[in-house]
Design a protein around this ligand. Sequence first.
Ligand code: ATP
Ligand code: MG
Length: 451
Amino acid sequence: MKKLSTLDLLNLFPEHKGKAKDDISIYEVFTDSRHEASHGLFVPIIGENFDAHDYILEAIDNGAVAALWSKNELHRGIPTDFPIFFVEDTIEALQDVATYYREQKDPIVIGITGSNGKTTTKELVAACMSEKYKVTKTSGNLNNHIGLPRSILSMEPDTEVLVLEMGMSQFGEIETLSKISKPDVAIITNIGESHIEHLGSRAGIAKAKSEILAGLKDDGIFIIDGDESLLKNHPENVRTLTCGFDENNDFVISNFKQGVADTSFHLNDESFSIPLLGRHQAKNFAFAFATSKYLGISGPSVQSAMKQLNLPSMRFEKLETTSGATVINDAYNASATSMIASIDVVKEMPFKKKIIVLGDVLELGSFSQQEHEKVGAFIDNSVDILYTFGNESQHIQNALSENFIGLNEHFTSREELIGAIKENMTEDSIILFKASRGLRFEEIIEEILKT
Ligand code: ATP
Ligand code: MG
Protein backbone atom coordinates (compact mmCIF):
# COMPACT_ATOMS: atom_id res chain seq x y z
CA MET A 1 0.00 0.00 0.00
CA LYS A 2 1.24 3.52 -0.74
CA LYS A 3 2.74 5.21 2.32
CA LEU A 4 4.37 8.32 0.92
CA SER A 5 5.17 9.92 -2.39
CA THR A 6 8.25 11.72 -3.66
CA LEU A 7 6.18 14.91 -3.42
CA ASP A 8 6.09 14.48 0.37
CA LEU A 9 9.85 14.11 0.36
CA LEU A 10 10.21 17.21 -1.78
CA ASN A 11 8.42 19.19 0.95
CA LEU A 12 10.79 17.82 3.58
CA PHE A 13 13.99 17.99 1.53
CA PRO A 14 13.74 20.60 -1.28
CA GLU A 15 17.27 20.00 -2.60
CA HIS A 16 16.98 17.18 -5.11
CA LYS A 17 17.99 15.78 -8.47
CA GLY A 18 16.66 13.24 -10.95
CA LYS A 19 12.92 12.82 -11.38
CA ALA A 20 12.14 13.75 -7.81
CA LYS A 21 9.27 16.01 -8.93
CA ASP A 22 7.36 13.14 -10.52
CA ASP A 23 4.70 11.83 -8.16
CA ILE A 24 6.31 8.46 -7.40
CA SER A 25 4.61 6.24 -4.78
CA ILE A 26 6.66 4.84 -1.93
CA TYR A 27 5.48 1.64 -0.26
CA GLU A 28 8.37 1.18 2.16
CA VAL A 29 11.48 2.79 3.56
CA PHE A 30 14.61 0.65 3.87
CA THR A 31 18.22 0.99 5.01
CA ASP A 32 19.72 -2.37 4.00
CA SER A 33 20.53 -2.43 0.28
CA ARG A 34 20.29 -6.26 0.29
CA HIS A 35 16.62 -6.11 1.26
CA GLU A 36 14.19 -6.69 -1.61
CA ALA A 37 12.00 -3.63 -1.51
CA SER A 38 8.77 -2.87 -3.25
CA HIS A 39 8.66 0.78 -4.37
CA GLY A 40 11.23 1.56 -1.68
CA LEU A 41 12.87 4.74 -0.43
CA PHE A 42 16.49 3.83 0.28
CA VAL A 43 18.07 5.63 3.23
CA PRO A 44 21.85 5.06 3.21
CA ILE A 45 23.26 5.00 6.74
CA ILE A 46 26.90 5.69 7.47
CA GLY A 47 28.13 3.16 10.03
CA GLU A 48 31.48 2.71 11.75
CA ASN A 49 32.74 0.24 9.14
CA PHE A 50 30.65 0.98 6.09
CA ASP A 51 28.92 3.72 4.18
CA ALA A 52 25.69 2.54 2.58
CA HIS A 53 25.93 5.26 -0.10
CA ASP A 54 28.34 2.78 -1.73
CA TYR A 55 25.47 0.31 -2.22
CA ILE A 56 23.01 2.57 -4.01
CA LEU A 57 23.14 0.54 -7.24
CA GLU A 58 22.35 -2.66 -5.34
CA ALA A 59 19.46 -0.86 -3.61
CA ILE A 60 18.10 0.25 -6.99
CA ASP A 61 18.40 -3.31 -8.30
CA ASN A 62 16.46 -4.43 -5.25
CA GLY A 63 13.54 -2.07 -5.79
CA ALA A 64 14.50 1.43 -4.65
CA VAL A 65 12.50 4.10 -6.50
CA ALA A 66 14.11 7.04 -4.68
CA ALA A 67 16.90 7.66 -2.17
CA LEU A 68 18.13 10.15 0.40
CA TRP A 69 21.75 11.28 0.06
CA SER A 70 24.06 12.96 2.53
CA LYS A 71 25.45 16.32 1.34
CA ASN A 72 28.83 15.17 2.67
CA GLU A 73 28.86 12.27 0.22
CA LEU A 74 28.62 14.21 -3.04
CA HIS A 75 32.00 12.81 -4.12
CA ARG A 76 30.52 9.32 -4.27
CA GLY A 77 28.96 8.15 -7.51
CA ILE A 78 25.40 9.46 -7.61
CA PRO A 79 23.20 7.57 -10.09
CA THR A 80 21.93 9.70 -12.94
CA ASP A 81 18.25 10.13 -13.71
CA PHE A 82 17.25 8.66 -10.37
CA PRO A 83 15.29 10.67 -7.75
CA ILE A 84 17.67 11.70 -4.97
CA PHE A 85 16.95 14.03 -2.04
CA PHE A 86 19.94 15.74 -0.44
CA VAL A 87 20.01 15.91 3.36
CA GLU A 88 22.48 17.01 6.07
CA ASP A 89 22.45 13.69 7.91
CA THR A 90 20.68 10.57 6.69
CA ILE A 91 19.80 9.27 10.19
CA GLU A 92 18.20 12.58 11.17
CA ALA A 93 16.44 12.63 7.80
CA LEU A 94 15.11 9.10 8.45
CA GLN A 95 13.75 10.43 11.75
CA ASP A 96 12.18 13.39 9.93
CA VAL A 97 10.48 11.10 7.41
CA ALA A 98 9.18 8.96 10.29
CA THR A 99 7.87 12.02 12.14
CA TYR A 100 6.14 13.27 8.99
CA TYR A 101 4.55 9.87 8.29
CA ARG A 102 3.38 9.51 11.90
CA GLU A 103 1.83 13.00 11.76
CA GLN A 104 0.04 12.19 8.48
CA LYS A 105 -1.44 8.91 9.71
CA ASP A 106 -1.94 10.06 13.31
CA PRO A 107 -2.32 6.69 15.06
CA ILE A 108 -2.68 6.39 18.84
CA VAL A 109 0.95 5.97 19.96
CA ILE A 110 2.04 3.97 22.99
CA GLY A 111 5.72 4.48 23.92
CA ILE A 112 7.45 2.07 26.29
CA THR A 113 10.78 2.56 28.01
CA GLY A 114 12.41 1.21 31.18
CA SER A 115 15.51 -0.76 32.11
CA ASN A 116 13.88 -4.19 31.87
CA GLY A 117 10.64 -5.48 30.47
CA LYS A 118 10.22 -3.17 27.47
CA THR A 119 9.88 -5.90 24.85
CA THR A 120 7.64 -8.05 27.04
CA THR A 121 5.39 -5.10 27.88
CA LYS A 122 5.31 -4.10 24.20
CA GLU A 123 4.04 -7.60 23.35
CA LEU A 124 1.48 -7.53 26.19
CA VAL A 125 0.22 -4.07 25.19
CA ALA A 126 0.08 -4.98 21.49
CA ALA A 127 -1.87 -8.19 22.21
CA CYS A 128 -4.43 -6.25 24.28
CA MET A 129 -4.75 -3.44 21.72
CA SER A 130 -5.31 -5.99 18.95
CA GLU A 131 -8.62 -6.89 20.64
CA LYS A 132 -10.04 -3.59 19.38
CA TYR A 133 -7.62 -1.87 17.01
CA LYS A 134 -5.39 -2.50 14.02
CA VAL A 135 -1.97 -2.51 15.63
CA THR A 136 1.63 -2.08 14.48
CA LYS A 137 4.39 -2.77 17.02
CA THR A 138 8.17 -2.46 17.08
CA SER A 139 9.42 -5.56 15.39
CA GLY A 140 11.84 -7.50 17.61
CA ASN A 141 14.03 -5.11 19.51
CA LEU A 142 14.30 -2.23 16.98
CA ASN A 143 14.24 0.38 19.73
CA ASN A 144 17.03 2.89 19.03
CA HIS A 145 17.48 6.10 16.99
CA ILE A 146 17.41 4.08 13.74
CA GLY A 147 15.14 1.20 14.79
CA LEU A 148 12.37 3.40 16.17
CA PRO A 149 11.89 5.48 12.99
CA ARG A 150 12.02 2.25 10.99
CA SER A 151 9.31 0.83 13.25
CA ILE A 152 7.13 3.91 12.67
CA LEU A 153 7.66 3.66 8.91
CA SER A 154 6.79 -0.05 8.96
CA MET A 155 3.16 0.70 9.86
CA GLU A 156 0.56 0.22 7.19
CA PRO A 157 -1.41 3.41 6.48
CA ASP A 158 -4.55 2.02 8.15
CA THR A 159 -2.82 1.37 11.50
CA GLU A 160 -4.87 2.64 14.45
CA VAL A 161 -2.46 1.96 17.32
CA LEU A 162 1.33 2.05 17.15
CA VAL A 163 3.23 0.40 20.02
CA LEU A 164 6.87 1.49 20.21
CA GLU A 165 9.74 0.23 22.33
CA MET A 166 12.29 2.93 23.22
CA GLY A 167 15.78 1.97 24.32
CA MET A 168 18.73 4.10 25.33
CA SER A 169 22.20 4.13 26.78
CA GLN A 170 22.78 7.89 27.22
CA PHE A 171 20.94 11.00 28.36
CA GLY A 172 19.00 12.70 25.55
CA GLU A 173 18.21 9.58 23.57
CA ILE A 174 14.73 8.92 24.98
CA GLU A 175 13.89 12.61 24.53
CA THR A 176 14.69 12.34 20.82
CA LEU A 177 12.69 9.11 20.42
CA SER A 178 9.74 10.53 22.34
CA LYS A 179 9.63 13.68 20.21
CA ILE A 180 9.64 11.60 17.03
CA SER A 181 6.82 9.38 18.35
CA LYS A 182 4.62 11.88 20.26
CA PRO A 183 3.06 9.21 22.49
CA ASP A 184 -0.51 9.34 23.78
CA VAL A 185 0.55 6.83 26.43
CA ALA A 186 4.09 6.81 27.88
CA ILE A 187 5.11 3.82 30.01
CA ILE A 188 8.19 3.36 32.24
CA THR A 189 8.37 -0.32 33.18
CA ASN A 190 11.11 -0.13 35.79
CA ILE A 191 14.38 1.45 36.84
CA GLY A 192 17.28 -0.99 36.95
CA GLU A 193 21.01 -0.60 36.53
CA SER A 194 21.63 -1.06 32.78
CA HIS A 195 23.96 1.62 31.35
CA ILE A 196 24.69 2.96 34.82
CA GLU A 197 28.26 3.62 33.68
CA HIS A 198 26.97 6.43 31.43
CA LEU A 199 24.21 7.66 33.70
CA GLY A 200 25.99 7.76 37.03
CA SER A 201 23.36 6.38 39.39
CA ARG A 202 19.89 4.83 39.50
CA ALA A 203 18.55 8.37 39.97
CA GLY A 204 20.32 9.28 36.71
CA ILE A 205 18.66 6.31 35.02
CA ALA A 206 15.23 7.42 36.32
CA LYS A 207 15.87 10.90 34.94
CA ALA A 208 16.91 9.53 31.54
CA LYS A 209 13.81 7.29 31.32
CA SER A 210 11.58 10.20 32.34
CA GLU A 211 12.65 12.00 29.17
CA ILE A 212 9.78 10.03 27.63
CA LEU A 213 7.60 12.90 28.89
CA ALA A 214 9.31 15.30 26.46
CA GLY A 215 7.13 14.17 23.57
CA LEU A 216 4.00 13.06 25.48
CA LYS A 217 0.88 14.66 23.97
CA ASP A 218 -0.66 17.40 26.12
CA ASP A 219 -3.65 15.21 26.96
CA GLY A 220 -1.53 12.05 27.11
CA ILE A 221 -1.14 9.70 30.03
CA PHE A 222 1.94 8.51 31.93
CA ILE A 223 1.94 4.95 33.28
CA ILE A 224 4.69 3.93 35.70
CA ASP A 225 6.03 1.40 38.17
CA GLY A 226 4.47 2.91 41.29
CA ASP A 227 6.60 0.77 43.61
CA GLU A 228 9.75 2.60 42.46
CA SER A 229 10.51 5.52 44.76
CA LEU A 230 12.71 7.18 42.12
CA LEU A 231 9.61 7.69 39.95
CA LYS A 232 7.52 9.21 42.74
CA ASN A 233 8.34 12.82 41.81
CA HIS A 234 6.59 12.78 38.46
CA PRO A 235 5.33 16.18 37.28
CA GLU A 236 1.97 17.13 38.79
CA ASN A 237 0.52 18.46 35.54
CA VAL A 238 0.85 15.08 33.81
CA ARG A 239 -2.00 12.61 34.27
CA THR A 240 -0.29 9.60 35.80
CA LEU A 241 -1.40 6.05 36.57
CA THR A 242 0.74 3.96 38.91
CA CYS A 243 0.92 0.14 38.87
CA GLY A 244 2.43 -2.27 41.37
CA PHE A 245 2.14 -4.32 44.54
CA ASP A 246 1.98 -1.34 46.90
CA GLU A 247 -1.65 -0.75 47.85
CA ASN A 248 -1.42 3.00 47.20
CA ASN A 249 -1.08 2.39 43.46
CA ASP A 250 -3.92 3.08 41.04
CA PHE A 251 -3.66 -0.50 39.77
CA VAL A 252 -2.82 -2.82 42.66
CA ILE A 253 -1.61 -6.39 42.17
CA SER A 254 -2.70 -8.72 44.99
CA ASN A 255 -3.34 -12.44 45.65
CA PHE A 256 -0.26 -13.26 43.59
CA LYS A 257 0.10 -17.00 42.90
CA GLN A 258 3.06 -18.48 41.05
CA GLY A 259 2.25 -21.62 39.03
CA VAL A 260 4.60 -23.81 36.99
CA ALA A 261 3.45 -22.52 33.61
CA ASP A 262 1.42 -19.46 34.50
CA THR A 263 0.83 -16.80 37.10
CA SER A 264 -2.45 -15.65 38.60
CA PHE A 265 -3.31 -12.53 40.58
CA HIS A 266 -5.90 -9.85 41.14
CA LEU A 267 -5.60 -6.44 39.59
CA ASN A 268 -7.83 -4.19 41.71
CA ASP A 269 -11.04 -6.24 41.78
CA GLU A 270 -10.55 -8.35 38.64
CA SER A 271 -8.67 -11.66 38.51
CA PHE A 272 -6.26 -12.68 35.76
CA SER A 273 -4.02 -15.52 34.72
CA ILE A 274 -1.07 -14.98 32.36
CA PRO A 275 1.26 -17.43 30.59
CA LEU A 276 4.33 -15.69 32.04
CA LEU A 277 6.22 -16.32 35.25
CA GLY A 278 7.21 -13.93 37.98
CA ARG A 279 6.10 -10.91 39.94
CA HIS A 280 7.76 -8.61 37.40
CA GLN A 281 5.56 -10.07 34.66
CA ALA A 282 2.41 -9.37 36.69
CA LYS A 283 3.61 -5.79 36.77
CA ASN A 284 4.27 -5.70 33.03
CA PHE A 285 0.73 -7.03 32.58
CA ALA A 286 -0.57 -4.25 34.86
CA PHE A 287 0.93 -1.64 32.51
CA ALA A 288 -0.90 -3.27 29.59
CA PHE A 289 -4.10 -3.42 31.63
CA ALA A 290 -3.87 0.27 32.61
CA THR A 291 -3.31 1.17 28.95
CA SER A 292 -6.28 -0.97 27.95
CA LYS A 293 -8.59 0.68 30.50
CA TYR A 294 -7.50 4.09 29.24
CA LEU A 295 -8.27 3.12 25.64
CA GLY A 296 -11.59 1.45 26.35
CA ILE A 297 -10.68 -2.25 26.31
CA SER A 298 -12.43 -4.36 28.96
CA GLY A 299 -10.88 -6.77 31.49
CA PRO A 300 -12.35 -9.87 29.79
CA SER A 301 -10.89 -8.72 26.44
CA VAL A 302 -7.50 -8.24 28.08
CA GLN A 303 -7.70 -11.76 29.53
CA SER A 304 -8.64 -13.19 26.16
CA ALA A 305 -5.73 -11.33 24.52
CA MET A 306 -3.33 -13.46 26.56
CA LYS A 307 -4.14 -16.36 24.21
CA GLN A 308 -2.60 -14.37 21.35
CA LEU A 309 0.55 -13.51 23.23
CA ASN A 310 3.59 -14.02 21.08
CA LEU A 311 6.80 -13.82 23.07
CA PRO A 312 10.27 -13.99 21.63
CA SER A 313 12.60 -16.80 22.69
CA MET A 314 15.26 -16.70 25.43
CA ARG A 315 13.12 -14.63 27.77
CA PHE A 316 12.31 -17.02 30.60
CA GLU A 317 11.60 -19.63 27.97
CA LYS A 318 10.60 -22.97 29.50
CA LEU A 319 12.21 -26.02 27.85
CA GLU A 320 12.71 -29.68 28.69
CA THR A 321 15.82 -31.84 28.42
CA THR A 322 15.70 -35.31 26.86
CA SER A 323 15.71 -36.83 30.33
CA GLY A 324 12.82 -34.62 31.49
CA ALA A 325 14.56 -31.92 33.54
CA THR A 326 13.13 -28.40 33.20
CA VAL A 327 15.36 -25.72 31.71
CA ILE A 328 14.61 -22.00 31.85
CA ASN A 329 16.42 -20.13 29.10
CA ASP A 330 16.48 -16.51 30.29
CA ALA A 331 19.82 -15.74 28.68
CA TYR A 332 18.60 -13.09 26.22
CA ASN A 333 20.21 -10.42 28.39
CA ALA A 334 20.82 -9.66 32.05
CA SER A 335 21.18 -7.03 34.71
CA ALA A 336 21.37 -7.50 38.48
CA THR A 337 17.68 -6.59 38.80
CA SER A 338 16.51 -8.99 36.14
CA MET A 339 18.77 -11.77 37.51
CA ILE A 340 17.27 -11.34 40.95
CA ALA A 341 13.75 -11.25 39.47
CA SER A 342 14.36 -14.53 37.62
CA ILE A 343 15.96 -16.27 40.61
CA ASP A 344 12.99 -15.15 42.67
CA VAL A 345 10.58 -16.87 40.28
CA VAL A 346 12.59 -20.11 40.40
CA LYS A 347 12.74 -19.97 44.19
CA GLU A 348 8.94 -20.03 44.29
CA MET A 349 8.50 -22.84 41.79
CA PRO A 350 7.66 -26.36 43.01
CA PHE A 351 10.77 -28.32 41.95
CA LYS A 352 12.83 -30.63 44.14
CA LYS A 353 16.22 -29.46 42.97
CA LYS A 354 16.96 -25.88 41.93
CA ILE A 355 20.10 -25.30 39.92
CA ILE A 356 21.01 -21.72 39.04
CA VAL A 357 23.60 -21.06 36.33
CA LEU A 358 24.66 -17.41 36.09
CA GLY A 359 27.12 -15.71 33.75
CA ASP A 360 28.62 -12.24 33.74
CA VAL A 361 26.45 -9.16 33.49
CA LEU A 362 28.45 -7.08 31.00
CA GLU A 363 28.81 -3.32 30.52
CA LEU A 364 28.64 -2.39 34.21
CA GLY A 365 31.95 -0.52 34.27
CA SER A 366 33.07 0.37 37.77
CA PHE A 367 29.73 -0.85 39.21
CA SER A 368 30.40 -4.42 38.16
CA GLN A 369 31.61 -5.89 41.46
CA GLN A 370 28.88 -4.21 43.51
CA GLU A 371 26.10 -5.33 41.13
CA HIS A 372 27.29 -8.94 41.00
CA GLU A 373 27.55 -8.97 44.79
CA LYS A 374 23.92 -7.84 45.01
CA VAL A 375 22.93 -10.99 43.13
CA GLY A 376 25.11 -13.16 45.41
CA ALA A 377 23.42 -11.79 48.51
CA PHE A 378 20.08 -12.92 47.07
CA ILE A 379 21.08 -16.59 46.75
CA ASP A 380 19.86 -18.40 49.86
CA ASN A 381 19.02 -21.91 51.06
CA SER A 382 16.16 -22.29 48.59
CA VAL A 383 18.83 -22.75 45.89
CA ASP A 384 20.49 -26.19 45.77
CA ILE A 385 23.32 -25.53 43.33
CA LEU A 386 24.84 -22.26 42.11
CA TYR A 387 27.22 -22.32 39.18
CA THR A 388 28.77 -19.17 37.78
CA PHE A 389 30.69 -18.79 34.54
CA GLY A 390 32.94 -16.07 33.12
CA ASN A 391 34.99 -13.42 34.91
CA GLU A 392 32.84 -10.88 36.72
CA SER A 393 30.35 -13.45 38.00
CA GLN A 394 33.06 -14.63 40.42
CA HIS A 395 31.84 -11.70 42.56
CA ILE A 396 28.46 -13.43 42.90
CA GLN A 397 30.20 -16.36 44.58
CA ASN A 398 32.10 -14.06 46.92
CA ALA A 399 28.92 -12.48 48.28
CA LEU A 400 26.59 -15.46 48.82
CA SER A 401 24.08 -15.05 51.61
CA GLU A 402 25.10 -16.71 54.85
CA ASN A 403 22.28 -19.18 54.83
CA PHE A 404 23.16 -20.63 51.41
CA ILE A 405 24.07 -24.23 52.19
CA GLY A 406 24.12 -25.73 48.70
CA LEU A 407 26.85 -26.66 46.28
CA ASN A 408 28.64 -23.84 44.46
CA GLU A 409 31.44 -23.48 41.94
CA HIS A 410 32.80 -20.91 39.50
CA PHE A 411 33.86 -21.99 35.99
CA THR A 412 35.94 -20.45 33.24
CA SER A 413 35.66 -23.48 30.95
CA ARG A 414 32.40 -24.14 29.12
CA GLU A 415 33.10 -27.87 28.90
CA GLU A 416 33.68 -28.16 32.64
CA LEU A 417 30.49 -26.22 33.38
CA ILE A 418 28.45 -28.44 31.04
CA GLY A 419 30.02 -31.53 32.66
CA ALA A 420 29.11 -30.37 36.17
CA ILE A 421 25.50 -29.58 35.22
CA LYS A 422 25.06 -32.94 33.51
CA GLU A 423 26.48 -34.76 36.51
CA ASN A 424 24.16 -33.08 38.99
CA MET A 425 20.87 -32.64 37.16
CA THR A 426 17.98 -35.02 37.80
CA GLU A 427 14.59 -35.29 36.10
CA ASP A 428 12.93 -33.33 38.90
CA SER A 429 15.42 -30.46 38.60
CA ILE A 430 14.84 -26.98 37.30
CA ILE A 431 17.91 -25.29 35.80
CA LEU A 432 17.85 -21.52 35.30
CA PHE A 433 20.31 -20.00 32.82
CA LYS A 434 20.85 -16.25 32.92
CA ALA A 435 23.70 -14.07 31.65
CA SER A 436 24.38 -11.19 29.31
CA ARG A 437 24.00 -12.14 25.67
CA GLY A 438 27.75 -11.90 25.06
CA LEU A 439 28.28 -15.04 27.19
CA ARG A 440 26.52 -17.15 24.52
CA PHE A 441 24.64 -19.27 27.05
CA GLU A 442 22.41 -20.58 24.24
CA GLU A 443 25.28 -22.86 23.21
CA ILE A 444 25.52 -24.33 26.71
CA ILE A 445 21.75 -24.77 26.88
CA GLU A 446 21.75 -26.61 23.56
CA GLU A 447 24.17 -29.16 25.02
CA ILE A 448 22.16 -29.57 28.22
CA LEU A 449 18.88 -30.09 26.32
CA LYS A 450 20.38 -33.14 24.63
CA THR A 451 20.94 -34.82 28.01
P1 ATP B 1 16.38 -4.82 26.12
O1 ATP B 1 16.98 -3.62 26.81
O2 ATP B 1 17.37 -5.88 25.81
O3 ATP B 1 15.55 -4.45 24.94
P2 ATP B 1 13.87 -5.21 27.49
O4 ATP B 1 13.71 -4.02 28.38
O5 ATP B 1 13.14 -5.19 26.21
O6 ATP B 1 15.41 -5.52 27.24
P3 ATP B 1 12.69 -7.79 27.98
O7 ATP B 1 13.38 -8.35 26.81
O8 ATP B 1 11.21 -7.62 27.95
O9 ATP B 1 13.38 -6.42 28.41
O10 ATP B 1 13.04 -8.65 29.28
C1 ATP B 1 14.38 -8.96 29.59
C2 ATP B 1 14.46 -9.58 30.97
O11 ATP B 1 14.20 -8.60 31.97
C3 ATP B 1 13.42 -10.66 31.23
O12 ATP B 1 13.86 -11.92 30.85
C4 ATP B 1 13.24 -10.60 32.72
O13 ATP B 1 14.24 -11.38 33.36
C5 ATP B 1 13.50 -9.17 33.08
N1 ATP B 1 12.30 -8.34 33.32
C6 ATP B 1 11.22 -8.21 32.53
N2 ATP B 1 10.35 -7.32 33.04
C7 ATP B 1 10.90 -6.85 34.18
C8 ATP B 1 10.48 -5.90 35.16
N3 ATP B 1 9.31 -5.23 35.05
N4 ATP B 1 11.31 -5.69 36.23
C9 ATP B 1 12.47 -6.34 36.35
N5 ATP B 1 12.92 -7.26 35.46
C10 ATP B 1 12.15 -7.52 34.38
MG1 MG C 1 13.86 -5.11 24.30
